[in-house]
Design a protein around this ligand. Structure first.
Ligand code: CDP
Length: 806
C-alpha cells in the first residue's frame, strides 16, 4: 500500500453512507430560492379558481345566483354542485369509506364549506367573482360539542345517510354516529378493575389542531383534449394514490393521468387527502381545455382542509397499591366533523389508537371508540404522527402521571416499574400489536442521569415548600414522558388504502460511469429524502452518496408507492431502497466473479467493491463493475445494472423515547418559561444523525405549539374563532425553547438496515412532556388534570380555580 492508497476508514467516509452527518443536498436549491413549488408553475393560458364558502356552519342552501359574478371582467365560469352532477362528481368518496360533498349540495355542514368554484383569467378576478356570487341560506341548528351530538333530539346533520343503520365500519347507533370500534378483552378488563387496589378515571381531551404547513394545499390541473390526458401538479404527500383516486372518481384511464408533486413546503398530514379544490380544478380544466390553478389561502387552510385530533378520551387504569398496572380501559369520543374523511388505513377507523397501552406491560386492556358527525370541517389527519398515535400516547402518558399522583409515587419510578422488559421483545400487547424491539429501562435511566432527575425533584420539593411559605409566586413542573410509537404502515396483512396494500418501492438504475438514479414512491416535504435515501444506497453498494440522484414525486417515472406520512418512509421505502440495492449488488457479484475469473462464492464484499477471499489484492470496485455491466457481462446475462423492489414490511417498527420538560409558571399571570427540554430518541439504526436532530427539533417545536397554545376552536354557532395566525398559535424562534437531544440505538430486527421511523416521534412524545410539566406544576395545589392547550390564560385560570390567586 503506498501513501496515496486510501485507508478503509477513508474509503468508508468517502461514501457518506449510514451514520454520516451528510449535508442536505436539497438545501443547495432551497437556500438560493431555487425551489420549485406548485405556485411557481405558470403555464400558457392558465386560469385560476377560487371558492365561494359558507359563512354558516349548518344551513340549507336555497339558491345560488351567479349572474353578477359572470359579469366581472375575467370571470369565465361559476361551477356549482349542479354543474358537477352532470359529470357525476358532486360528491366524492373519502379515504375512510364515507362520501363527501365536493360543492354544497342542498345544504352546508361546516363553516367555510365549499359552495361554488369561480374560474377566471387571474386570481384577483376570481376573488372579485367570489364576492359577487349570491347564495341564499336558511340557517339550521348547529352541533359542535361531541358530547351533545348523539342526544336523542340532536339535529340531523347527514340527510344523505337517512335510514342507514350501518356505515363503512359497522352499525350506527344514532343519526350523527359514524362508527363504534372496539378492541381488547372487555370481560377480563372489567375483572381486573373489580380486583384492583387502586383505580383512576379521567377525561383527557386532545383538542382539535391543524398541521398548517408553511405552503398551503394547491394544485394545477391541465387537461389535454387532443390526447385525453390530465396532468396534475400538486402538493401531494402520496402522488400515486392521488392518480388512482382521480382515475376511479373521474373515470379517466389511469395511464392518461400524470401526477407530479414538485417541491413541497411541509405536509405534516395536511397534504394526504383529496380535497374539493383538486376536483374542481380538474373539472374546470376539462371543461375549458385550459390549465387551472387552485391555491388555498391561510384561512381556508386552517378552516377547511383537514384537522387533527379532536379526541375526547376517558381513560381508566387499574393497579396494585405498590403501583403495578393490571388493566387499562379507554373510551374515546372522536369528533370527525361533517364527513368521515380521516386519513387512516381502510381497516382502522381509529387508526392505531390501540397502541394506547404505550410502553407498559398491561396484562389486559379494552378500548372503544365512537366516531360522531358534527358541524366542523372534515379531516382527521395524522398531524406529524402515525395514525391516532399521538392521541394514544398523550392519553396513556397523562393517565400514568395521574396514577402516580394518586399512589404518591414518582412519575419516573412508576414508569420504570411497568415498562415492557427487554427480554419480553418481540412483545405482544394486550391490544394486539407485536412490538419489534425496545430497551425502555436503558433509555429512561439515561434520560434521568443526563437531566439529573433526582436533583430536579429535590429542587421542586424545596420550591413547593417556599411557595407554601409565600416566598415565591412561581411553581415548578417536571414533565416526564416515555412514548412508544408504531410507524411504518404497513404490512399488507393489516394495512391498505382503498384496497391498495401499503407497500413501498424503489427503482435504482446504475449508469456506466458508476453513478445512478434512484426513484421511489415516497415524497419528501422537508424530511431530506434526497440526502438520506442516497446514504442507504451508498452503504449497500459502495457508490458515494453524491453519485446517486434521488427522484421522487413523478408518477410516470417512480414505481408505485403509497407516499410519505406517519414516519412510514424509512420503515417501508427505506427497506425497499436497501432491497433494491441488494439486487444490484447480487448482479454486480456475478459480473465481478466473471471478470475476476473466480466463482461468486469466492468473493466477499469490501466497502466499495468485491475482493477474492484470501487474495485481497484481487478485487473489483463497484464503479468498475458498473462499467462492466455495460460492456462485458457473463454469457447469457442481460446487460445493464438496474433493479426494482416493492417492499411489503412484515411488521411495523416501534421507535421510542424518553423526554423531560422542566417548566416554571407564574401563577399570577399564567406566564410559563420552559427551563429545559431533553429528548432522547431511539429510532434504531440512524441513517443521518444531523437530519434526525433536525426532525426532532421540528417535531418538538410542533409539540410545544400544540401543548402550549394551538387549538382550532369553534363557538357555539359553529364559527371558527381561530382561523388565522393572529389567533392560532404559531411559535417563532422567539418563543421556541432550546432543545437538548440524545439517543440510544435498538435496531429493528425485521428491517433490512434495522432502521425505524423518527419524524413523528418528537410530536408524539413532546406533547405529553409539556402537558405533564404543566400538570405536575399544579398537582401539589390539588389539581389532577388540566386540559390542553396550556396557554397563559388557561394557566392563570387554573391557578384561579385552585384558589391561589389573591
Ligand atoms: O416518512 P417520513 O419521511 O416523514 O419520516 P421518517 O421515515 O421518520 O424519516 C424522516 C427523515 O429522517 C428521513 O430523511 C430519514 O431518512 C431520516 N431518518 C434517519 O436518518 N434515520 C432513521 N432511523 C429514521 C429516519
Amino acid at each position: 500500500m503506498n501513501d496515496m492508497t486510501p485507508t478503509r476508514e477513508q474509503r468508508t467516509a468517502a461514501l457518506e453512507g449510514l451514520g454520516c452527518k451528510r449535508k442536505r443536498v436539497e438545501d443547495v436549491r432551497f437556500t438560493q430560492g431555487k425551489g420549485n413549488y406548485v405556485d411557481d408553475l405558470k403555464l400558457p393560458g392558465m386560469l385560476h379558481g377560487d371558492f365561494v364558502r359558507s359563512p354558516h356552519a349548518h344551513a340549507r342552501v336555497k339558491s345560488i345566483n351567479s349572474e353578477e359574478a359572470l359579469k366581472v371582467p375575467g370571470v369565465l365560469a361559476v361551477i356549482t354542485a349542479e354543474t358537477l352532477k352532470t359529470v357525476n362528481l358532486a360528491w366524492m368518496p373519502t379515504l375512510a369509506g364515507d362520501v363527501q360533498m365536493v360543492l354544497a349540495d342542498g345544504k352546508v355542514l361546516f363553516q367555510n364549506q365549499e359552495v361554488a368554484f369561480v374560474v377566471a383569467t387571474d386570481r384577483y378576478a376570481a376573488d372579485d367573482g367570489v364576492a359577487k356570487v349570491q347564495v341564499e341560506y336558511e340557517a339550521l341548528p348547529v352541533v359542535i360539542d361531541p358530547f351533545k351530538a348523539m342526544a336523542p333530539d340532536a339535529p340531523v346533520l347527514r340527510e344523505d345517510l337517512a335510514g342507514k343503520t350501518s356505515g363503512a365500519h359497522g352499525p350506527r347507533k344514532h343519526h350523527n354516529h359514524v362508527f363504534e370500534w372496539s378492541v381488547g378483552d372487555r370481560e377480563l378488563t372489567d375483572a381486573a378493575f373489580k380486583k384492583a387496589d387502586v383505580t383512576i378515571k379521567e377525561l383527557i381531551s386532545y383538542q382539535r389542531t391543524h398541521p398548517c404547513p408553511l405552503e398551503t394545499c394547491q394544485c394545477v390541473c391541465s387537461f389535454d383534449k387532443v390526447k385525453g390526458e390530465l396532468t396534475i401538479w400538486g402538493t401531494f404527500q402520496a402522488p400515486h394514490v392521488i392518480r388512482t383516486v382521480v382515475s376511479l372518481i373521474a373515470k379517466l384511464p389511469e395511464q392518461k393521468i400524470h401526477v407530479i408533486s414538485p417541491d413541497i413546503g411541509g405536509g405534516f398530514g395536511n397534504k394526504v387527502g383529496a380535497y374539493p379544490g383538486y376536483i374542481c380544478a380538474a373539472v374546470a380544466s376539462i371543461v375549458t381545455g385550459k390549465p387551472v390553478k387552485w391555491v388555498e389561502d391561510r384561512i381556508e387552510n386552517l378552516t377547511a382542509t383537514s384537522f387533527a385530533r379532536d379526541y375526547h378520551m376517558t381513560a381508566e387504569i387499574a393497579a396494585t397499591k405498590d403501583g403495578k398496572v393490571t388493566g387499562l380501559r379507554v373510551h374515546v369520543l372522536a369528533n370527525h366533523g361533517a364527513f368521515d374523511a380521516c386519513a387512516d388505513p381502510s381497516k382502522w377507523p381509529a387508526g392505531f389508537f390501540n397502541i394506547v397501552t404505550g410502553s407498559y406491560d398491561f396484562p389486559v386492556a379494552h378500548v372503544t371508540v365512537d366516531g360522531i358527525y358534527s358541524n366542523k370541517a372534515p379531516g382527521g389527519v395524522a398531524y406529524r404522527c402515525s395514525f391516532r398515535v399521538t392521541e394514544a400516547a398523550y392519553c396513556i402518558e397523562r393517565a400514568m402521571d395521574i396514577l402516580a399522583q394518586k399512589l404518591g409515587m414518582d412519575a419516573a419510578e412508576l414508569r420504570l416499574k411497568n415498562f415492557v422488559k427487554p427480554e419480553q421483545f418481540p412483545y405482544h400487547s394486550a391490544l394486539g400489536w407485536e412490538y419489534d424491539s425496545g430497551n425502555y429501562h436503558t433509555a429512561m435511566r439515561k434520560m434521568m442521569e443526563a437531566t439529573n432527575y433526582a436533583a430536579l425533584r429535590k429542587e421542586q420539593a424545596e420550591r413547593r415548600a417556599a411557595f407554601k411559605r409565600g416566598e415565591t409566586r412561581e411553581i415548578m413542573g417536571i414533565g416526564v414522558s416515555f412514548f412508544t410509537e408504531i410507524v411504518g404502515a404497513g404490512p399488507s396483512k393489516n394495512c391498505d388504502i382503498l384496497g391498495i396494500a401499503m407497500f413501498d418501492s424503489c427503482e435504482i438504475r446504475m449508469h456506466p460511469t458508476g453513478a445512478g438514479v434512484a426513484r421511489m414512491g415516497t415524497k419528501s416535504q422537508g424530511q431530506g429524502h434526497e440526502t438520506t435515501w442516497a446514504q442507504i444506497i451508498a452503504s449497500e453498494i459502495g457508490i458515494p452518496a453524491d453519485n446517486i440522484m434521488v427522484e421522487e414525486g413523478n408518477t410516470d417515472t417512480a414505481p408505485y408507492g403509497l407516499g410519505t406520512y406517519g414516519s412510514r418512509s424509512t420503515p417501508v421505502a427505506g427497506a425497499a431502497i436497501a432491497m433494491a440495492a441488494r439486487k444490484i449488488k447480487a448482479k454486480a457479484q456475478m459480473i465481478a466473479a466473471y471478470k475476476l475469473e473466480v466463482h461468486e462464492d469466492d468473493l466477499e464484499w469490501d466497502i466499495d467493491g468485491f475482493r477474492v477471499k484470501g487474495l485481497p489484492e484481487k478485487s473489483m470496485s463497484m464503479k468498475d463493475i458498473c462499467w462492466a455491466a455495460y460492456n462485458s457481462v457473463p454469457p447469457g446475462m442481460e446487460p445493464g445494472l438496474e433493479a426494482v423492489s416493492y417492499y411489503d414490511p412484515p411488521n411495523m417498527t416501534y421507535p421510542f423515547g424518553a423526554y423531560l420538560c422542566v417548566m416554571d409558571i407564574d401563577v399570577d399571570t399564567g406566564v410559563y418559561k420552559v427551563r429545559r427540554f431533553y429528548a432522547l430518541d431511539d429510532c434504531g439504526t440512524r441513517i443521518n444523525p444531523m437530519i434526525i436532530e433536525g426532525q426532532v427539533h421540528g417535531g418538538l417545536t410542533e409539540a410545544f405549539a400544540i401543548a402550549m397554545g394551538q387549538e382550532i376552536r369553534y363557538d357555539e354557532g359553529g364559527n371558527v374563532v381561530t382561523g388565522s395566525f393572529m389567533d392560532y398559535f404559531m411559535p417563532t424562534a422567539v418563543e421556541t425553547p432550546h432543545w437538548e437531544t440524545d439517543f440510544t440505538v435498538t435496531p429493528s430486527p425485521h428491517h433490512p438496515i434495522g432502521a425505524k421511523g423518527v419524524g413523528e416521534s418528537p410530536n408524539v412524545g413532546g406533547v405529553p412532556a409539556f402537558s405533564n410539566a404543566v400538570n405536575d406544576a399544579f398537582s401539589f395545589l390539588g389539581s389532577t388534570h388540566i386540559q390542553m392547550p396550556h396557554d397563559y390564560w388557561r394557566n392563570w385560570k387554573a391557578a384561579k380555580s385552585l384558589g391561589v390567586l389573591a
